[in-house]
Ligand binder design. Structure first.
Ligand code: PEP
Ligand code: MN
Length: 348
């Protein structure tokens, strides 16, 4: 539940409420706003409301139960469209986050070349996988630590924040050295121990929706991360598995406004993994932007024909600027601005 303090409530009154919440066996989470302080009491709401009986206590304005099973990531708790800040860029509100880069780091040349392309179009962040969750153990599994070093170089060279996936707690220490955003892939959305460990880092997170996850399960996974103290979370809709086989996954556009109603966390859409086919990515990206997404994450490659992973869905580096120009028109239409900057002439 949420305990909204009165404007001008004293530190002693806030401390008193926090102590009562702690004593009731719940966890207190204090958010200080410009005018009022809100204390989240994280536990079983029905029990807490009865046990704490805080209405009318000194400094308390009102007590609001949160009936959803997730609390910290709920819209009731966070407020609408609470933007988050990642490496100097705002994500959410009127700030649109365009993330682009290769599916996977294959070589220094391929990654730095793509990073330059991504920078030139004025994107917000660079993506690139070092550890890859592949369906087959016989396919390319990622370059691991060597890839992280290449990503660090790309970050240094372009100034772009880096988004990269972690699949296992054992990779986390190395990944947080380089990543501005830790990606949790669809296959790991319910790896609860990994989520908890990521929640203990101070690094922002891109939490992809599982292939067969409901929106509630997805938000509960975000809650696992937030509960450990890390609430800089972007949710990523990347398509779910349905009976349809004409494309790789079914992009659940409805999830965008629904999640925004329920949560207030920024929602990023990944049309690349949903479509699985290059020519579907632009119409799906446009739809996502107009549905209210706070950002897009797309795969780009200098030579998709030779890509080691996800080539058929990779946008060509050569034509990427035109693709972004089209998407920017939709971003404009929504009254948003791509966080990162204006496109610059290649070679400038
Ligand atoms: C990826 O981003 O390259 C990836 C593997 O994504 P997902 O977890 O959505 O399949
Ligand atoms: Mn991929």
């Amino acid at each position: 539940m949420m305990i909204v303090m009165k404007e001008g409530a004293t530190e002693a009154q806030i401390a008193q409420v926090v102590e009562r919440v702690d004593r009731a066996g719940a966890r207190a989470h204090v958010s200080r706003g410009e005018f009022v302080t809100v204390i989240g009491a994280i536990g079983d709401d029905r029990e807490l409301v009865a046990q704490l009986n805080l209405d009318g206590e000194p400094g308390v304005e009102r007590v609001v139960p949160i009936l959803k099973p997730y609390k910290l990531v709920s819209r009731d708790f966070r407020g609408p469209d609470a933007a988050i800040e990642i490496a100097g860029r705002r994500v959410g509100g009127d700030s649109f986050c365009l993330i682009a880069g290769p599916c996977t780091v294959e070589s220094r040349e391929q990654t730095l070349g793509t990073a330059d392309t991504v920078k030139a179009v004025g994107a917000s962040m660079l993506r690139g996988g070092a550890y890859k969750p592949r369906s087959s153990p016989y396919t390319f599994q990622g370059l691991g630590k060597a890839a992280l070093e290449i990503l660090a170089e790309a970050r240094e060279r372009t100034g772009l924040p880096v988004v990269t996936e972690v699949m296992d707690v054992r990779q986390l220490e190395d990944v947080v050295e380089v990543a501005d955003v830790i990606q949790v892939g669809a296959r790991n959305m319910q790896n609860f121990d990994l989520l908890k460990e990521i929640g203990r880092t101070g690094t922002a997170v891109l939490l992809k929706r599982g292939l067969a996850a409901t929106i509630e399960e997805w938000l509960l996974s975000a809650e696992y991360i937030a509960r450990e103290g890390n609430d800089r979370i972007m949710l990523c809709e990347r398509g779910i598995r349905t009976f349809e086989t004409a494309y790789r996954s079914t992009l659940d556009i409805s999830a965008v406004p629904v999640v925004k109603q329920l949560s207030g966390l920024p929602v990023i859409v990944d049309p690349s993994h949903a479509a699985g086919k290059r020519d579907l990515i632009l119409p799906m990206a446009r739809a996502a932007v107009v549905a209210g997404a706070d950002g897009l994450i797309v795969e780009v490659h200098p030579s998709p024909e030779t890509a080691l992973c996800d080539g058929p869905q990779a946008l060509h580096s050569d034509t990427f600027a035109g693709w972004v120009a089209d998407v920017r028109r939709c971003v404009d239409l929504m009254g948003k601005v791509v966080a990162g900057g204006a496109p610059v002439a290649v070679g400038a």
